[in-house]
Ligand binder design. Structure first.
Ligand code: XMP
Length: 512
């Protein structure tokens, strides 16, 4: 049986993958394609629906991305969002112009509840707007089914041709009933039955990996984090011993982490794969000696990681494919396309230049973190691994401010282990990410009758859903105090513990 598919046509908006993800949340498979996807190709894919994304252009601009008019005659339901709605209006003879007042932020939309798009949605509903142009006149035959005080066509529809459009963004969480609106489109307009589950993603990915790899050899850089673990298990299920996982212990891992990773993926673990652990802690400490600038530390760690990895790849020989556990937010934060580079994430773009592979396999490239976790559960990966908080490739190297030394690593590992133990024993769950970091500040303290001059440890805990923005978590004070007491008593070299209240932005989640 053919699987239901909804296509997102990308006109350059920043939320293109988010739209796809929301549709998948409705249990309907969804893929993003560039707006240059040919009409014939679309017909052959036989989608149940098409969504046009937003985008930065004006439809009447010279270089504006457009689509041939025939797409609106296919009978396939189409939902235009923001720029996509304006494009629909413009192509079909409506008027789009610069709005007298730009709308940015939350707006109260008055919706016509008789539209299938607004079934079960409140008549007055808060939606997220972000536009300078607007549709001033809907094309002939269209019914305006939502407005705001400044936007005469906040949504429009032509039900007999299955065409729908919203000026606001139903995919972002600020649109309070956005999921309902998208689900209405997918179920009530496109007539989907919702046949997609994470298990389908896993099965399809395993099948396509087998096809792609044939009897070739595959190498995976395994860090023990959620993403690379899920990628490795997917590959191991698909191709078994054709896969070799290389785990580089760069001496910047959390306490006992190297052994924990080995216990799961090594010869005594449940998976049928080749596992190589490279212990090269000192090599990294030597390279990092005297280096204090954070971006330089990242580059050194990334570079050295590649060298170690390359050496191992050469030992194995004739490796055709490289697996990376890249997930969607890594792709955007590393500045793919037009978004700005915030930091150089070392699981993106680094490895392939240096080693001679035929191709890279990134099976999780389109998934968000929580989708990766779902895939991991589907694959039967133990909960403690799937539920692990993210840990960056450069490891503790970016949780030690200033120069990295073996002794500082020891301090941050021990403090972090205590912090994690206390959070667990207090039964606190649902934190986005939390860890201890070592500030580069030493100050005077007194212990017993002795004067001390030691480091300050910073505790950090944030709530986040997308890791692009984050708020400081409200850890109960008594838990923080317990951690402080234990860290000062048990970790040599620390005489002060602080709690970091900074949100992202302006801070980042990591502490570097
Ligand atoms: P920041 O500090 O940029 O962190 O707010 C956002 C999320 O990304 C993780 N992070 C990384 N993950 N390689 C990774 O695999 C990296 O170089 C890297 N830098 C940051 C960070 O832990 C947080 O979850």
């Amino acid at each position: 049986m053919e699987k239901e598919l909804v296509i997102v046509l990308d006109f350059g908006g920043q939320y293109n993958q988010l739209i796809a993800r929301r549709v998948r949340e409705c249990s309907v498979y969804c893929e993003v394609h560039p707006f240059t996807l040919k009409l014939e190709k679309i017909k052959a894919m036989n989608p149940k629906g098409i969504i046009f994304t937003g985008g930065p252009n004006s439809v009447y601009g010279e270089d504006a991305p457009r689509y041939e008019k025939e797409i609106f005659d296919l009978g396939i339901p189409i939902l235009g969002i923001c720029y996509g709605s304006q494009l629909m209006a413009y192509t079909l003879g409506g008027t789009v112009e610069t709005a007298p007042v730009s709308e940015y932020g939350k707006a109260e939309v008055t919706a016509d509840k008789s539209s299938p798009l607004f079934h079960d949605v409140s008549e007055k509903t808060i939606c997220w707007m972000s536009h300078t142009d607007y549709i001033s006149q809907a094309p002939a035959g269209f019914h305006v089914c939502a407005t705001t005080p400044v936007c005469p066509v906040a949504a429009m529809e032509l039900p007999e041709k299955n065409l729908y459009a919203t000026q606001f963004h139903p995919e972002v969480l600020h649109t309070q009933e956005g999921m309902k609106i998208l689900s209405n489109f997918v179920y009530r307009v496109c007539g989907c039955s919702g046949d997609w589950k994470m298990s389908s993603f896993v099965e399809d990915t395993i099948r396509s990996i087998r096809q792609k790899v044939g009897d070739g050899k595959v190498l995976c850089a395994l860090s023990g984090g959620v993403d690379s673990s899920v990628a490795a298990v997917l590959l191991s299920k698909a191709i078994g011993r054709q896969l070799t996982c290389v785990f580089v212990d760069h001496g910047l891992l959390r306490k006992n982490e190297g052994d924990e990773v080995e216990a799961v993926f090594g010869p005594d673990g449940p998976y049928d794969l080749n596992f190589i652990r490279v212990n090269c802690q000192q090599r990294f400490y030597d390279k990092l000696a005297g280096v204090t600038e954070p971006e330089q530390k990242r580059k050194i760690i990334g570079e050295e990681f590649i060298r170690v990895f390359e050496e191992e790849a050469k030992k194995i020989g004739a490796v055709d494919f490289l697996v990376q556990g890249t997930i969607y937010p890594d792709v955007i934060e590393s500045g793919l396309g037009k978004s700005a580079v915030i930091k150089s994430h070392h699981n993106v773009g680094g490895l392939p230049d240096c080693v001679d592979f035929k191709e890279i396999i990134e099976p999780l490239r389109l998934l968000f973190k929580d989708e990766v976790r779902k895939a991991g559960r589907e694959l039967g990966i133990p909960e403690y691994l799937v539920d692990r908080q993210p840990f960056p490739g450069p490891g503790l190297g970016i949780r030690i401010v200033g120069e990295v030394t073996a002794d500082k690593v020891r301090i941050v590992q021990d403090a972090d282990a205590i912090y994690r133990e206390e959070i667990a024993s207090a039964g606190i769950t649902g934190l986005g990410q939390y860890f201890a970091a070592l500030t580069n500040m030493r100050s005077v303290g007194v212990m017993g009758d002795e004067r001390t001059y030691d480091y300050a440890v910073a505790l950090r805990a944030v709530n986040t859903t997308d890791f692009m923005t984050a708020e400081c978590s409200e850890i109960p004070f008594e838990v923080l105090q317990r951690v402080m007491n234990r860290v000062i008593n048990e970790v040599k070299g620390v005489n002060r513990v602080m709690y970091d209240l900074t949100s992202k932005p302006p801070g980042t989640i990591e502490f570097e």
